[in-house]
Structure formats: structure tokens, C-alpha cells
Design a protein around this ligand. Structure first.
Ligand code: FEO
Length: 397
């Protein structure tokens, strides 16, 4: 197995076919932890892998060079899916200096026993020569942790972008033109929604800096390497960083005795009268990973729950906790749901959560006592029409 990005630059990472959970993100299609080996007058490893797979990383390096030849190990991001293998890798490479920024050093010291490591601390804009090539470092704070950085090789027009532009996607292939572009972009979208959405503003700043670089290839730390569709993934990111609304309505609900479900279906019917993509998602049959991916680019959103013990259904609470953390922007919507005797109850609690997410509320929570009457269901349809009408305008922009 030899996977060459550019002459002298090879992939030496690990394909994780079986991982199905990444801190709450359901990785249905596995992942990869991408590491890269650059052989020049000096030799560098770019990023490590998750701790259990460091043996494979070392094996892949040894197939190309002796470990004694490694001069540098670059750590672009300290999260353990990339740094977990560093202790074993640094121990196996006696000459290697660990290149990272000052924040990354502090973070790594909190995670691992680093007392024997040789450090080479770089600042934003610094460069290190490998001989024919240069490693240039660009700090990218909050993409995805505060210490994150890109490593750029100007001679090869190659950007090592760590989490940015990545996908949790295990594949027999490594490059974006070896698989369906639609599949890869959908995986990149799911990754963005579930990992990066909260950090839209710093990602936009990072995008602006990346746009100044002459790039022929982007090698992220997860998933496929971009060499043929850089324009497409850049354009997609430009939309995702602002959660750019599409003509799309999401009706998300939990239900107990089907009253809130009836309301949800009527809201959907109202939205469907407009030229929009309208989706009905039940929190008990749809994983939060898909829900936030659908919410990323919707224009309008209705969220409903019945009332359970004066509050909302636990499954809805779990999804709202996840979604509130990721903080989708540029949405309008409203809350809905049923109640029995509680004065506050599910719909009101949902409304509070939506306001916390800074969703522009189109109306007060829509409520039905016990079972929605035909009049309430017509009110739901009208509210759905409001969502549809609002979302439809984004098809004309
Ligand atoms: Fe792939 Fe933020 O780690």
C-alpha cells in the first residue's frame, strides 16, 4: 500500500471501518485518521492517529523510511483522535522534534507525559525548511479547538487542514475523484454540522486566510483528500459557515399519544403548499446526527413536544441539548405541542430552548390540550403555511 499525494509525500494514516460513535456523532460510515509522511532532506510526519492505531501508523511509516530518519512530527490539533498516538510515535522516533504552537504544547502536556519530548514551538506565519520544501504554519483557532493550525507546503500547493474540510468516511479510496462527489460532499456536510457548526465565525476567518493561498490539494485529517473538487468544497463551506438558508422546512417532533404528531403532520401539510423541501423528523426514529445536518441549511423550523411531568420528552431534551450546543443560525420558526393540565409544559419549554438558540420566533407556541381539535389542526396548517412561505423566498435568491 503506497498512497502518494505528491512526489515524496505519502498517506500513512489509518482507516477506521468500524467506529460508529464520535462523541455523540453517529459515524455510520466509519472514519479515517489521516497522517502524512514527507520525505525531503528532512523528514516530517504530519499528525498522528487515535491511540489504538498508532502501531499501524508506525508500520506505514516504516514501509517508506526508518523511524530514525524522522526529524519532525507536526501536531496540527491536540484532540486525541489525532494526538492519541503521539506518545508511542515520539518514543519510536528518537530524533524527532514535536512541532506545534504554544497553545497546543500546553494542551498536549495536559493529556500526556511529554517530559521526554523535544519541542519546536512555532507561531502563526512561521516556516521550517525541509530542504526542497517548506512547512508554513497558520493558526486556525477554534477550528476545531483553540490550538488548531494548518500546515501549508507552498512548493506543492498542498494544505494540511486537519479537521477542516474533513469527513467521517471510511473508504477503500483516498482521493475525492475516486468516489461519488455527492457522497463525499454529503459526508463533509454531516461532519461540518456535527463538529464545526458552532464555530462558523472562526471558520469563515480561516476560509478567508485559506483563500489567499495557492492550493492544488487539501489533505484533511479525516476522510478523502481534495484534489479535483477544491472549488466545490470551498463553495459548500462558504454556505455552511453562515448556515445559509435553503427553501427548506424542518418539522421536528416527539410524541406520546400522537397528539403532537397530528399537529406536526398538519404543520407539514401547510408547508408543503409552498415550493419548498419539507421534512418531518421524529426524534425517536431519527438520530441527532441527521437532525442537525438537516437543520444546518433549513430556512424554517418547527419543533414540538408533548408535556411530560411539566417538561418535554427526554428524547427531545437530548436532541435540543445537542442542537443548542452546535447553535445553528439564520432560522425562523416556532414551538408546538400538547399538554394536559400543566400551565407551562412542553410547547413553552421548547419555545424557551429555541429562543436560547437565537431562532427568530414567528409566533407564540402552538398548543393543544390533550388532543388537537379540527380547529387547532387548521391553525397548525396555517402555521405550516407561514413556514413554507418564509422558506420559499430562499429559492429565488
Ligand atoms: Fe478530528 Fe477535532 O478532531
Amino acid at each position: 500500500m503506497k498512497i502518494t499525494l505528491k512526489e515524496g509525500i505519502d498517506w500513512v494514516g489509518y482507516v477506521d471501518w468500524t467506529v460508529r460513535d464520535f462523541h455523540g456523532y453517529k459515524t455510520n460510515n466509519g472514519s479515517t485518521y489521516n497522517s502524512y509522511l514527507i520525505r525531503d532532506e528532512k523528514t516530517a510526519v504530519i499528525d498522528a492517529v487515535k491511540a489504538p492505531y498508532v502501531g499501524k501508523l508506525i508500520e506505514h511509516i516504516q514501509a517508506l523510511t526508518a523511524l530514525e530518519n524522522i526529524d519532525y512530527v507536526v501536531c496540527n490539533h491536540a484532540e486525541p483522535d489525532h494526538s492519541g498516538g503521539l506518545p508511542d510515535l515520539m518514543a519510536a522516533c528518537p530524533q524527532a522534534e514535536l512541532i506545534c504552537n504554544a497553545k497546543c504544547k500546553i494542551t498536549l502536556e495536559m493529556h500526556y507525559d511529554t517530559t521526554s519530548w523535544k519541542w519546536n514551538i512555532v507561531e502563526d506565519g512561521d516556516s521550517i525548511s525541509l530542504g526542497k520544501r517548506t512547512l508554513s504554519f497558520i493558526n486556525t483557532p477554534m477550528v476545531h479547538w483553540p490550538e488548531s493550525m494548518f500546515t501549508y507546503v507552498p512548493e506543492d500547493k498542498l494544505l494540511f487542514s486537519m479537521d477542516a474540510f474533513g469527513q467521517h468516511y471510511a473508504s477503500a479510496f483516498r482521493f475525492d475523484d475516486e468516489e461519488s462527489l455527492d457522497v463525499i460532499l454529503q459526508e463533509a456536510k454531516t461532519y461540518y454540522a456535527n463538529i464545526v457548526m458552532l464555530y462558523g465565525r472562526p471558520v469563515a476567518q480561516t476560509m478567508a486566510r485559506a483563500a489567499e493561498l495557492d492550493i492544488e490539494m487539501i489533505a484533511p485529517s479525516h476522510g478523502m483528500i481534495w484534489r479535483s473538487h477544491i472549488k466545490e468544497v470551498f463553495e459548500a463551506y462558504q454556505k455552511w459557515v453562515v448556515c445559509k438558508p435553503r427553501p427548506k422546512v424542518v418539522v421536528l417532533y416527539a410524541t406520546m399519544w400522537h397528539s403532537t404528531e397530528k399537529m406536526a403532520r398538519s404543520i407539514l401539510e401547510g408547508a408543503q403548499e409552498y415550493d419548498v423541501e419539507a421534512q418531518l423528523l421524529n426524534v425517536d426514529s431519527t438520530h441527532a446526527t441527521r437532525i442537525v445536518t438537516e437543520v444546518l441549511d433549513c430556512a424554517a423550523l418547527a419543533i414540538g413536544s408533548p408535556t411530560l411531568n411539566n417538561g418535554i420528552m427526554p428524547s427531545m431534551a437530548s436532541v435540543l441539548c445537542y442542537m443548542t450546543g452546535l447553535r445553528p443560525t439564520h432560522k425562523q420558526g416556532f414551538a408546538f405541542g400538547s399538554y394536559g393540565w400543566s400551565k407551562r409544559g412542553g410547547p413553552a419549554e421548547i419555545g424557551i430552548a429555541m429562543e436560547e438558540m437565537k431562532i427568530d420566533m414567528m409566533r407564540a407556541p402552538l398548543r393543544a390540550q390533550y388532543v388537537p381539535t379540527p380547529e387547532i389542526l387548521e391553525e397548525c396548517r396555517n402555521a405550516g403555511r407561514m413556514l413554507g412561505k418564509y422558506a420559499e423566498q430562499f429559492g429565488r435568491t
